[in-house]
Design a protein around this ligand. Structure first.
Ligand SMILES: Cc1ncc(COP(=O)(O)O)c(C=O)c1O
Length: 374
């Protein structure tokens, strides 16, 4: 047992900014329909599960992984059409890659900035601050488009912020979390050009690529300052934790130096390699999710006091006329867990983020919403 004084002394060893932080909160979803974390609602078919089980059982768990992960990298290259000339770096989820990117650009005794649109993925900020890197965010703007209202890049504000802050790294999540839309191509190109002008790297985060209409992967050869970050999480393997990042071979070789050598465990390596041999199963599930998303969005559009934003991801950001906190609690009381975004950003004060679930999960979500809003 440690007494209070010695505990305080021990905690004094921890960085004050870490002591002041709150831990990443994952809500308890037991007994609830889980539509809060953009997971694929479908499981693997039994035959593939059995194959995977046999593959994992045959592994030598007493051995460290071979840190080149060459078999897995070859499989990812083929699946994601990574240009031959590009390098590939693996992460324990793309969360780790984001963290390692911040670490790689941080410089002792020098102010370094990372810049991203807002609202966007929370780990950009968290990993920057943990690595003593300044974080600058530029608000997105709501814009009317052919598919309804979406959150888009404010190009003049982004380019001005880039030339003022001269960041080392700019994040462009494509599609963006939590807003769901993919940014317009001309805007992406304008921001990439502004980043290039100040010598910044651009990380295009394609976590939601399985549900989007376009990928920047094939354009890697055109933009030497661009990195494309991907994950297998949203495709249906969130539990195995694997992210990958492609970019210029020389750049990736330098970034890869900060990667812990055995960051991908042998179970993850084998599981992803095995499932990628049957990736048509996951691609069919992603297609199913896209189709169910369209049904969900049109049902939401027909509800009074509800505004779904345009999305190319496996979730829909929705604004409510009613207090969104009440809607969130009402859904929870009816057994559905979604993500409450009301405190995430001033522009989201009326918003919830709904993951696209299976047909029956979505039906239960819509029933619950109808009940709450009647
Ligand atoms: C935009 C974006 N990037 C990266 C991630 C991290 O994914 P993972 O660490 O599961 O690969 C997420 C997760 O929600 C995300 O929304």
């Amino acid at each position: 047992m440690i007494n209070l004084t010695s505990e305080t002394r021990l905690l004094n060893n921890i960085r004050p900014d870490i002591l002041a932080m709150s831990a990443y909160h994952v809500p308890d979803a037991s007994g609830l329909i889980k539509l809060d974390a953009m997971e694929n609602p479908y499981v693997l078919p039994d035959e593939l599960k059995a194959k995977l089980g046999a593959r994992l059982a045959a592994l030598a768990l007493n051995r460290y992984p071979v840190p080149t992960y060459s078999g897995l990298v070859t499989a990812l290259r083929a699946y994601a059409h990574i240009p031959e000339s590009s390098g590939v770096m693996l992460g324990n989820g793309s969360d780790e890659l984001i963290h390692l990117l911040s670490m790689a650009v941080s410089k002792a005794g020098e102010r370094v900035t990372v810049l991203a649109p807002a609202p966007s993925f929370v780990m950009y900020r968290a990993s920057a601050l943990l690595n003593h890197v300044d974080y600058v965010e530029v608000d997105l703007q709501k814009r009317d488009g052919v598919n309804g209202v979406s959150f888009q890049l404010d190009v003049p504000a982004m380019t001005a912020a880039i030339s003022t802050h001269r960041p080392a790294l700019v994040y462009l999540p494509y599609p963006n979390n939590p807003t769901g839309a993919a940014f317009e191509r001309a805007d992406m190109l304008a921001v990439m050009a502004a980043a290039q002008a100040v010598g910044a790297l651009v990380a295009v985060d394609e976590a939601y690529q399985p549900f989007a209409d376009f990928t920047w992967m094939s354009e890697l050869a055109r933009f030497e300052h661009m990195l494309v970050v991907r994950t297998v999480s949203k495709l249906g393997l969130a539990g195995v934790r694997l992210g990958y990042m492609a970019g210029g071979a020389d750049l990736i070789a330098e970034l890869d130096k900060v990667r812990p050598p055995y960051n991908i465990n042998v179970l993850t390596e084998a599981a992803v390699s095995c499932v990628l041999e049957h990736v048509d199963v996951l691609e069919a599930q992603a297609q199913q999710i896209r189709e169910t998303r369209a049904v969900l969005v049109s049902a939401l559009q027909s509800m009074k006091g509800v505004r779904p934003f345009d999305t190319q991801a496996n979730f829909v950001l929705v604004e409510f006329e009613r207090d969104a906190n009440e809607v969130f609690e009402g859904l929870k009381a009816r057994g559905v867990l979604v993500k409450n975004m009301t405190k995430a950003h001033p522009m989201l004060s009326h918003a919830l983020r709904l993951t696209v679930g299976s047909q029956s999960e979505n039906a239960q979500l819509l029933d619950a919403l109808n009940d709450i809003l009647k």
